[in-house]
Ligand binder design. Sequence first.
Ligand code: NAP
Length: 305
Amino acid sequence: MNILIYGAGVQGQFLAHALNKRDNNITILARGKTYENLQERGVRLKHFLQKKNSIDHFNYISELSETDQYDIIFVTMKYSDFYSVVPVLAKNITQNIIFVGNNTNPQKLRKTVLEQSNTDKNISFGFLMTGGNRDKTKTTVLRFNAGELKVSHLEGQIPFHNILDEIFKDLSIKLTYEANFEDWLMSHAAMIIPLNTGIMLKNQYKGRQKQLIKKIINSYNELHLLLEHSNYKIIPRAQATLFKKFKFIAYPLLKIILNIKIMNQVQGSMSEVDSLYEDVKLLNKHSVSTTRQLDQIVKEVKETL
Ligand SMILES: NC(=O)c1ccc[n+]([C@@H]2O[C@H](COP(=O)([O-])OP(=O)(O)OC[C@H]3O[C@@H](n4cnc5c(N)ncnc54)[C@H](OP(=O)(O)O)[C@@H]3O)[C@@H](O)[C@H]2O)c1
């Protein structure tokens, strides 16, 4: 299969590595310094928990022309960057596209691509269950198993599921077709917005971490209520129950998460968190639920930038 991975960050590089087999012809679209680095040294991954390194070589391009055709394009970048590549993707003749990553309005993203495109397109969505960060010399990947890509067409079956099955055949990375993916994506955004905001505020709350954790827990409860009032299901259900009914467990858990070194391996970005937050805030217009505590901690982070 002819595969393009559009976006050469942590997730794009790991996906390329995980899909590397003889029958998959993989091209990575990278830009600027990342393009130069990859051409020079290939995809160098440090598998943090597995304590091993890997080097893979692929085809690299820095631009996608209208007539470059692939069986599938995986777009792997921050939610705040997806719209920057929509015009290029819309013009390109490839039919099957999966946007991989956080996403609080997949329907709007799909509509925007289809409106700008002159050719038929299937736009689906996905999420890679791995984390990590990168520097000039390597990309560090945090995964507890061989990795998993969750995928969904939102409504009905993915029209190109046969191609996906072929791409993932005989590989260790797991491919999971998700039902209720919009609920899942929203719940995941509700999980990371307060957490990433809290992590970014950690230094300011030195000596007052209890206060910060209380604010994070309150933010979770506000967000979960807002989502439920907006007819989203919280998936997994335990996510909502934990912060509402089991604060005595949530508190030490958050304390560990805020302080363990492993969290430094998971790269968050305020521009992405802010885009997700802005989408979620739109739900406020149609709901009586407020997110006063969350609004305050997001404001505190923005004041530090
Ligand atoms: N990393 C994690 O720990 C983690 C964990 C779970 C989920 N996720 C989610 O997975 C998604 C992808 O995250 P990531 O960590 O892979 O992001 P990332 O490391 O920032 O990678 C994004 C890549 O896309 C490239 N890019 C951005 N805009 C572009 C454009 N207009 N044209 C061409 N390339 C462009 C960037 O280029 P440059 O190289 O020039 O920056 C970068 O290589 C996000 O939704 C993220 O939240 C990440």
